[in-house]
Design a protein around this ligand. Structure first.
Ligand SMILES: [Zn+2]
Length: 372
């Protein structure tokens, strides 16, 4: 935490409005359903984030369903299935968090770890563009997979290993740059997200992520889907979120420690979140509203306008040139091959070719401008 300013993701806010999709047995509100309430929309729509509020539990949250957008992000890369699956989880998490940025800006999730997949980068540009890439060691990945017992599930924690996860919010002005860092300790992205919100922001948070590869008949290429669900406990009365107890350092390894002396509403939320199955998150026929209804209808759910997600890379010839111009003459010189500099975008694989003179001239112009 560099502590430049409060984390915009953590800003507690009560969301007014929203269409109640169920106004059933809510203890804090009128027992009779509001005239505006309707049943959950059964139409399942991909590539959308649905924000929601559960008044009866003081919980706000978001559901994301990714279909074509995730498939397009992953299609740029010739990665093994396990890497695509892991990157898909990271994309779902990034979209859940990044889509809370209301104004222009970027949310960047990056891992640096010692596992077979040592780097993940997901870049979300508000309001809707996402792109991503991974770096991995194929030999180590194959060795790990060969050592897995038959039928063993996908283990994102083992693929990542130990290291850290950084989340950067860049709203375009240097003063507004914010970075939060949390340890990755072999337990994967969901656990790291919980850790981040509990320790850094003291907002009880639960995240579920799931990715599925859909096989198609007749030898057609498979396609990828992902789903994510995030809930956060933000009581309207003060004093209900208690500070996290310090970890008792002498507890034996693997001891299941209570996070804190929890509020009943949050305990109930956690118990419901514990029932969410991967298949519910990636089911193309189950709408986000029906999923929320299934989980939380007894407590009243309000949903808000959905937000679109699109796979899009923001690279351009001009941007690449700007990066090259920021290098020293020596650095630029080392990139020249056959009188050309070729740059490939890590996110989308697009290649940009520059004549060496072009880049040198741009750099020289920049340097003289900086001196003048
Ligand atoms: Zn690109």
């Amino acid at each position: 935490m560099d502590g430049l300013r409060a984390d915009p993701l953590a800003r507690p806010s009560h969301i007014p409005g929203g269409a109640p999709i169920w106004a059933g047995d809510m203890t804090t509100h009128s027992a009779s359903p509001s005239p505006a309430s309707r049943g959950p929309d059964p139409r399942a729509v991909d590539d959308r984030v649905t924000p929601f509020h559960i008044d009866g539990l003081d919980v706000r949250g978001r559901v994301v369903r990714l279909g074509t957008s995730l498939d397009a992000v992953l299609a740029h890369h010739d990665y093994p299935a396990a890497v695509k699956r892991l990157l898909g989880e990271a994309v779902a998490l990034t979209v859940l968090l990044g889509s809370t940025l209301k104004i222009q800006g970027r949310f960047i999730l990056q891992t640096r770890t010692d596992g077979p997949v040592d780097l993940l980068v997901v870049d979300f540009a508000a309001p809707q563009d996402v792109r991503a890439y991974a770096r991995f060691d194929l030999e180590r990945l194959e060795a790990m997979q060969a050592a897995l017992p038959a039928g063993a599930g996908f283990d994102s924690g083992a693929l990542l290993g130990h290291g850290h996860l950084a989340m950067t919010i860049d709203q375009g002005l240097s003063v507004n740059r914010y970075q939060g860092v949390v340890a990755l300790a072999g337990e994967g992205l969901e656990a790291a997200a919980h850790q981040y919100f509990t320790q850094s922001e003291q907002i009880p948070t639960r995240v579920r992520l799931a990715v599925a590869e859909e096989m198609h008949p007749g030898g057609a290429p498979s396609s990828w889907r992902a789903g994510g669900l995030m809930v956060q406990f933000l009581p309207t009365e003060g004093g209900r979120v208690r500070p996290v107890d310090l970890h008792p350092g002498d507890a034996p390894e693997g001891t299941d420690l209570p996070e804190t002396d929890e509020d009943d509403a949050w305990v109930e939320t956690l118990s419901i979140m514990g029932t969410v199955e991967d298949v519910e998150l990636v089911d193309a026929d189950l709408s986000s509203e029906r999923l929320l209804f299934r989980l939380f209808h007894e407590r009243g759910v309000r949903v808000f306008d959905t937000e679109a997600v699109v796979a899009k890379c923001s690279c351009s010839r001009e941007r690449v040139m700007n990066v090259l111009s920021s290098f020293t003459a020596e650095e630029r010189g080392s990139l020249v091959e056959d009188g050309k500099i070729g740059v490939t975008c890590e996110f989308c694989g697009r290649t940009y070719d520059f004549k060496a003179e072009e880049v040198v001239e741009a750099g020289a112009a920049d340097e003289s401008a900086a001196q003048g």
